[in-house]
Design a protein around this ligand. Structure first.
Ligand code: GDP
Length: 356
């Protein structure tokens, strides 16, 4: 499964947030037999459509899509120099598929800030600079090799050109995910700043209702997405039942927990979407890449479904709810038979036909 690496300076609330991530019960539900590393946390992608499907089908249980996070400790100024923790940090971050950067916005004077003052813009710059320097080093090494390979006609000129363009963007202090380059030719280099980024601002609860301040912070990171939460409240929320949690959220003017937002935005940042299946046993969301075809989607359930794919009977969630049952949706002509070229749409409720 694709994972999102959580990074950030010391004392910004990463552990607090991560504890909330590991205390929710998504993990046990989705990976009952797996051994999960202590630095992995999983949250469910919130999806109210599953409740509705479970109602229509009388499903015994609901299985939302899991979103996995890895806690990547240890970034400090100078991490890119690769000493001690720095090396480990870079190796861990290389394995993540997207990066969620936790940025301190809370003011608590009892919690020391590593650079002496709470300054989100400067914190982000510190971290991004380390990642940019690490990528510069990777590119400089790679360019020596790539130039040779080009001379020996082992690779296309576009590879070297892309590497040079990327190097130039880094020189300007830009992270590659937002440099407007097609990085496909140098994908194998695993550049850190080429990964999709999202930012998690850990702010005081009062700030969560201060639209102007939130817009200001969001503008700092655009076009990357920003989410806002209070890590302390998130860890309290995981200890409450649904009703009390909703009450606490309402008391701070929020409709959705920070973890739910993190799951949603993280999932989207990874380039993923879901489709739905339902029956008497379970109503379930399956994870696929955006733009996946019907056979690829069926393959998310079992590789045999993809290999032996014939077609899928697909009803959009809205049509199904309006019809009230699969039979009624069919009668109204709302059930479509889709073949192997069909591109999956958000809210597709599917039943696959395949050869075994
Ligand atoms: P890490 O070093 O980034 O993992 O940070 P921690 O999660 O250990 O948090 C550092 C300190 O800040 C701890 O004492 C936390 O209790 C505190 N802290 C974390 N999040 C918040 C927050 O949202 N508000 C306040 N006031 N304190 C927080």
């Amino acid at each position: 499964a694709l994972t999102i690496g959580i990074v950030g300076l010391p004392n910004v609330g990463k552990s607090t947030l991560f504890n909330a991530l590991t205390q929710n019960d998504a993990l046990a539900a989705n990976y009952p037999f797996a051994t999960i590393e202590p630095n992995v946390g999983v949250v469910n992608l919130p999806d109210a459509r599953l409740d509705k499907l479970a109602e229509i089908f009388g499903s015994e249980r609901i299985l939302p899509a899991p979103v996995s996070f890895v806690d990547i400790a240890g970034i400090v100024r100078g991490a890119s120099e690769g000493e001690g923790l720095g090396n480990q940090f870079l190796a861990n971050i290389r394995e993540a598929d997207a990066i969620a950067q936790v940025v301190r916005g809370f003011s608590d004077p009892d919690v020391v800030h590593v650079d002496g003052a709470v300054d989100p813009a400067s914190d982000m710059e510190t971290i991004n600079t380390e990642l940019i320097i690490a990528d510069m080093q990777t590119l400089d090494k790679a360019l020596v090799r790539l130039e040779k390979e080009l001379k020996n006609r082992k690779i296309d000129a576009s590879v070297v050109e892309t590497a040079k363009d990327a190097r130039a963007a880094l020189d300007e202090g830009r992270v590659l995910s937002h440099a407007g380059l097609d990085l496909e030719p140098i994908r194998e280099l695993g550049l850190l700043t080429a990964k999709p980024f999202l930012y998690v601002f850990n702010v005081d609860e009062g700030v969560l209702q201060d639209r102007a301040r939130l817009d200001e912070l969001a503008a700092l990171v655009a076009p990357a997405k920003a989410i806002f939460l209070d890590a302390k409240i998130e860890s309290e929320l995981t200890e409450l039942d649904a009703e009390d949690a909703a009450e606490l959220l309402a008391s701070i003017g929020q409709e959705e927990s920070g973890l739910d937002q993190l799951a949603r935005v993280g999932f989207d940042t990874l380039g993923l979407q879901t489709y739905l299946t339902a029956g008497p046993k379970e109503a379930r969301a399956w994870t696929i890449k955006k733009g996946a075809t019907a056979p690829q989607a069926a393959g998310a359930i079992h590789t045999d479904f993809e290999k032996g794919f014939i077609k899928g009977e697909i009803i959009s969630f809205e049509d199904l709810v309006e019809a009230g049952s699969v039979a009624e949706a069919r009668a109204k002509g709302k059930a479509r038979m889709e073949g192997k070229d069909y591109i999956m749409q958000d809210g597709d409720v599917c039943e696959w036909r395949f050869n075994v």
